[in-house]
Design a protein around this ligand. Structure first.
Ligand code: NAD
Length: 263
């Protein structure tokens, strides 16, 4: 879809990484954007960046923590106040947590990952879907991960919550397509964002760039993904061009999740 003119799109985790890349992509296509993040400073900078390149865009920022139900109700209300409807919802905010074997994982961190990645995504759908039902249309893109379709060493809560995102996506798709609300998820591989840069620091604190290069070598494309590449897939799934695609968990990983054995 070449234009998102008069389309109201809500993006969580919009201050950086995948959320910001999609916000920029949709701003160029004239969407009305509600950008949600709990990092107020980064959110302000993100808005400035977007307005610098797309000065005409209608944009609302909301400081909210997706793991708090009241905050979620508030960002939905603010999007409706600003733009009167929600056509597309990019339910993207998430964290990795720390990397540690299952039996050593800190319980507090485990619970935090569940609160943000699982409950945050659930609250988002819980309060956005009724608005889309009233409208008789809507598109939701949840963010799983290759960790939502495969195991990933030392990331038990991340993998558990991203599998949950895939599951909730399938259920929402079954329950609300009859109302014109289509729900899909993306499953990105390693896309170079601040979160992934941080993960490489945990893998090799002395030389994160070496960890990154080693990871890229395993990918059929021999490189990591770019946030802009994810943005164009998300834009399609949020648009009216997305017809009859529902309940899918779409890998965007250069084909890496298909490898079995050495490649
Ligand atoms: P990132 O850390 O670069 O950006 C995430 C943004 O979400 C940040 O602005 C952060 O402040 C915000 N955020 C985190 N928790 C929040 C909360 N509770 N409430 C509101 N905002 C919150 O991460 P990213 O790489 O852009 O990841 C975005 C999503 O994509 C996450 O769900 C992540 O699990 C998923 N993902 C990323 C990759 C990748 O390679 N980058 C791969 C698979 C899945």
């Amino acid at each position: 879809m070449n234009t998102f003119k008069d389309k109201s799109i809500v993006i969580t985790g919009a201050a950086m990484g995948l959320g910001l890349a999609t916000a920029k992509y949709l701003a160029v296509k004239n969407a009305n954007l509600t950008l949600v993040d709990y990092n107020e400073e980064a959110l302000g900078k993100a808005a400035e960046e977007i307005l610098a390149t797309s000065p005409e865009v209608k944009l609302k920022t909301v400081k909210a923590d997706v793991s708090k139900e009241e905050d979620v109700k508030r960002y939905v209300a603010e999007a409706l106040n600003a733009f009167g409807k929600i056509d597309g919802f990019y339910n993207n905010a998430g964290i990795e947590g720390r990397q540690a074997p299952l039996t050593n994982y800190e319980i507090d961190v485990f619970k935090k990952v569940v609160d943000i990645n699982l409950l945050g995504v659930y609250y988002g759908m819980r309060y956005v879907i009724p608005e889309m039902q009233k409208q008789g249309s809507g598109r939701i893109v949840n963010v799983a991960s290759v960790g939502g379709i495969r195991g990933v060493l030392n990331q038990t809560p991340y993998v558990a919550t991203k599998h949950a995102v895939a599951g909730m996506t399938k259920n929402a798709a079954l329950e609300y397509a009859r109302d014109g609300v289509y729900t899909n998820a993306i499953a990105p591989g390693a896309i170079l964002t601040p979160m992934v840069a941080e993960a490489f620091k945990q893998v090799n604190p002395e030389d994160p760039k070496a960890a990154e290069a080693e990871f890229a070598q395993r990918n059929p494309t021999k490189r990591l993904g770019k946030p802009e590449e994810v943005a164009s897939l998300v834009a399609f799934l949020l648009s009216e061009d997305c017809q009859y695609v529902n309940g899918q968990v779409i890998a965007i990983d250069g084909g890496e999740s298909n490898i079995y054995g050495n490649a």
